[in-house]
Design a protein around this ligand. Structure first.
Ligand SMILES: C[S@@+](CC[C@H](N)C(=O)[O-])C[C@H]1O[C@@H](n2cnc3c(N)ncnc32)[C@H](O)[C@@H]1O
Length: 224
């Protein structure tokens, strides 16, 4: 099997059910079929109805957490389509409720491992922008191999982005920020830009700030 997942020894998450409220649970059951999909690699490319109007640019948000920022970005940018990918079921349930309550039409959710979704679900050169806001930092040295941003994932993002496409990353972990800068600097097909992507804070940014962490924001553009 020549695929990225097979080359990837460990996952960037530990699947925990976590505390899920009854309303998040019912949102998952009733609203996921309406506004998203439960993805596994065998499904192949994401269904076309999930991708929205093909004339609009498409942004992926990988690991959107509770989806508050994603829902707000989608509501404020109706000229773009957004797809959020998450494994945290309570967060997916929360975001589904936001989509429904606020009648957000340009946002769809994928419940599944973003690495598999990116590899098997997304066509090459089809994405305009990828957001990775506060990816799990896996701070212990022995866990760093779990960090989602690694050489292979950067390669995968470069395959799925359109030329001129952007990767926006934020982290509050200094040594993850250093690792990200090193990895991108070695890949001459990405060029660093000034970062403008995040107009609002996220839950994990607030947590980082409360711990006294500095926030590092990066934007990289895929060269044509
Ligand atoms: C630290 S949280 C950040 C959430 C949100 N972006 C924010 O800033 O509040 C990282 C999120 O990434 C998700 N995640 C980690 N690896 C993932 C993967 N391979 N596919 C999808 N989601 C993933 C986790 O479940 C978690 O919700």
């Amino acid at each position: 099997m020549n695929n990225f997942s097979a080359r990837r020894p460990v996952r960037s998450f530990v699947r925990r059910q976590g505390r899920i409220t009854p309303s998040q649970q019912s949102a998952l059951e009733e609203l996921l079929p309406k506004y998203g999909i439960q993805y596994s690699a065998g499904l192949g490319l994401l269904p076309i109805n999930l991708l929205g109007n093909p004339d609009l640019p498409l942004t992926l948000d990988i690991g959107f957490g509770d989806g508050e920022l994603l829902a707000s970005m989608a509501s404020g940018n109706t000229h773009r389509n957004f797809i959020g990918i998450e494994v945290y079921t309570a967060g997916i349930g929360h975001c589904l409720k936001l989509i429904d309550q606020k009648n957000i039409r340009n946002l769809r959710l994928v419940s599944g491992d973003a690495v598999e979704v990116m590899e098997f679900g997304i066509e090459g050169a089809s994405i305009n922008e990828i957001n990775l806001f506060f990816p799990d930092p896996w701070p212990k040295k022995r866990h760093r191999k779990r960090r989602i941003i690694n050489a292979a994932f950067i390669e995968l993002m470069s395959e799925k982005l359109m030329p001129g496409g952007l990767v926006n990353i934020s982290t509050d972990w200094e040594n993850y920020a250093e690792q990200i800068e090193d990895l991108f600097a070695k890949r001459k097909y990405f060029v660093k830009k000034s970062s403008l992507a995040r107009c609002e804070s996220t839950k994990f940014e607030k947590r980082g700030l409360s711990l006294g962490h500095e926030i590092f924001d990066f934007t990289y553009e895929l060269l044509a």
